[in-house]
Design a protein around this ligand. Structure first.
Ligand code: SAH
Length: 269
């Protein structure tokens, strides 16, 4: 059996309890060495074989998985964050299926969640944005034309941009061309949840200069949108004037709709 495990964004205690159990039981671990925190490998037993996939091709990864699985070993493929985002797992699971090797997937905390926590932000604020666009700049991997940054930017929804810290000049230009005003709040979160995490807040038009000043070229997420500004409408879910399946409204609606600036925000969740 092969298990794809989401390692979480970096901090060792942000792997799931289930993922931790899989690591403890593993006979073989193949981890994405460029981003997975190697401290996590301390959870593995002393006899566990460990491979760093940064030095391996897809074929080599599959060979290790296949040999292990055929011998009845527990194989863990450890991916950063959650495996469903830019994890290149489909090309692995398709081959495993062809070979009749069973597998399962254990989710993880994606770095975009780690970045929200670092920013103490909520990506979906009533009256500001109710959508989160997760995307990337085209690099060696292309992005379909209909998903260009410009076209996604036209919605001015919250945007989280992966794999693009080295392309900020182009990204900033595309975001502005697409429709975000130059002074839209933005942030660069470097190594979210790691000990050397850095959070840099700026405006869209300052993304390139900010990264250059902070010498950030990789392992960062770019977050863009007015949710970083802070003005918003309070939720309907916790509004005393709204009935839900669990409680009845007891206050007239209008009185309860308020706007707050960032410094006055309260957390409610
Ligand atoms: N599956 C991963 C993403 C892998 S793609 C996830 O769910 O997070 C690799 C990209 O993710 C990096 O280039 C960077 O943009 C982002 N990334 C991964 N870990 C990060 C972290 N701790 N902080 C900021 N960005 C991170």
């Amino acid at each position: 059996m092969v298990v794809f495990v989401g390692a979480g964004p970096g901090a060792v205690d942000l792997i799931t309890v289930r993922g931790q159990a899989f690591l403890k039981e593993a006979d073989i671990v193949i981890y994405a060495g460029s981003l997975v925190n190697p401290e996590l490998l301390k959870l593995c037993g002393p006899d566990c074989e460990i491979y760093n996939s940064a030095y391996m091709t897809l074929e080599e990864v599959i060979q290790v998985m296949e040999e292990g699985a055929r011998k009845g070993k527990h194989v863990v493929r450890l991916h950063t964050g959650d495996p469903s985002l830019y994890g290149a797992i489909k090309e692995q699971t398709d081959i495993l299926e062809e070979k009749g090797i069973s597998y399962e997937i254990c989710p993880g905390v994606s770095s975009f969640c780690g970045a929200a926590a670092a920013l103490q932000a909520e990506y979906t604020l009533p009256g500001i944005s109710q959508s989160v666009v997760i995307t990337r700049m085209a690099g060696r991997t292309s992005v379909p034309e209909k998903e260009s940054i410009q076209s996604l930017a036209s919605h001015q929804a919250t945007m989280v941009i992966f794999l693009s810290a080295g392309l900020l000049k182009e990204l900033q230009q595309a975001l502005i061309e697409g429709g975000y005003p130059e002074d839209t709040p933005a942030a660069i979160v470097y190594k979210a949840t790691w000990e050397d995490e850095k959070v840099c807040r700026c405006k869209v038009c300052e993304l390139y200069d900010t990264a250059r000043k902070e010498q950030i070229t990789k392992t960062a997420l770019i977050i863009v949108g007015d949710i970083l500004k802070g003005a918003y409408r309070r939720s309907e879910l916790y509004n005393p004037s709204f009935s839900t399946a669990y409680r009845k409204a007891h206050v007239p609606y209008e009185k309860q709709t308020v706007k707050k600036e960032r410094k006055e925000q309260e957390s409610h969740g």
